[in-house]
Each structure stands twice: as C-alpha cells, then as structure tokens.
Design a protein around this ligand. Sequence first.
Ligand code: SF4
Ligand code: SF4
Ligand code: SF4
Length: 185
Amino acid sequence: MDFDSLSKIGAMIGSGGLVVMDEDTCMVEVARFFMNFTQRESCGKCVPCREGTKRMLEILERIVAGNGEMSDLDELEELADMIENTALCGLGKSAPKPVVSTIHAFRKEYEEHIIDKKCRAGVCSNLRVFKIDPEKCKGCSKCAKNCPVNAITGKIKSPFTIDHSKCIKCGSCIDNCPFGAVYTE
Ligand code: SF4
Ligand code: SF4
Ligand code: SF4
C-alpha cells in the first residue's frame, strides 16, 4: 500500500489512519459524513468548492433521509466531475472522491436507499423499520412505557406489537427492551 498504488484506484493516503468498515457500515452515510466534513473545511475562496460541496451534501442528506431520486446519482457525478476539475486547491479537488468511489463500488446501496427506502446496514434512522420478535418478547411492557408516541401496545406476558403508522423511529424501544426482542429491518 503506497501513494501510487492507491492513486491508481482513485484513493489517496493521508495521515496514516486506516478505517475498517464492515456490513454494519452504510456506504451512503459514509459519503455524507465525509462530504459534511470537507464542506465545513472549505475556505470559500472558489465557487466550485464553496457551492458545489454544499449542493452535493444537500443531495446526500436527502438520500439518507429517504427522499432521494435516481436522478440524484447523475447529479452527484456531474457535480463531482466539475468540482474535481475546477476547484482551486487539493481540498476541493479531493472532496468528491468518497462520493464518486462509493457510487462506483456500492451503487446498489444507493439504489436501495432511493428505490426501496431501505438501509441494509440499519444505520439511516429514517429508513429503519422497528419490529418486535414475538419469540423473544416476554410482554414486560417496558418498551411501551418508554415509547414517546404510544406506538406499542400489547397484553402483559404476551408479545407486544408496534404500530408503524405512529412510530417516529426514535429507537427508545430497542434501548429499553431487557430481552433484546426489538430489532430493525
Ligand atoms: S478548493 Fe480550496 S481554495 Fe477553493 S474553496 Fe475549497 S478550500 Fe478554498
Ligand atoms: S422506535 Fe420509538 S416511536 Fe417507534 S415504536 Fe420504538 S419507541 Fe416507539
Ligand atoms: S420491552 Fe421487550 S420484552 Fe418487554 S414488551 Fe417490549 S419488546 Fe417485549
């Protein structure tokens, strides 16, 4: 692993940090995270970086929130190309790389967020569906007592259920279930 070999695959080597990601990492959220970072770091001197990174971030935020459209992918690639070729310094030129790279290698994950409204890693909270496993649920009612919108109902000592039309995806039920019966899909 050195500068030239990474450069050939569109990556780059920085300060010696290595991040290992697995199936619990959402690659769309990773792209949003890095774009958020570089967008904040932009000094604002040139328009492509100052405005372009902002527009790219807005699109990524829409996608992780479940409001993305397929045309967003073309727009992201178009903006990335423009910023890489016209930004004044290395920060702007490299800012779109995580987006381009994740669209290239993990396009399916983007499509799932946009078309199926699904985050396979279970990271994007707007796309999570909370469920209770009836096999594991002991009917203790702790989740129902902690649900801020009364979306969980059931009889004591019988499996509880979640009304998805009321659920605001706060995650409190997962945090409060002592039996690990609540999960997300
Ligand atoms: S590319 Fe460089 S000079 Fe241009 S706004 Fe970004 S940080 Fe500033
Ligand atoms: S995620 Fe929050 S709102 Fe949804 S059922 Fe669980 S506690 Fe209630
Ligand atoms: S807290 Fe867990 S075990 Fe208790 S009712 Fe809710 S899902 Fe079932």
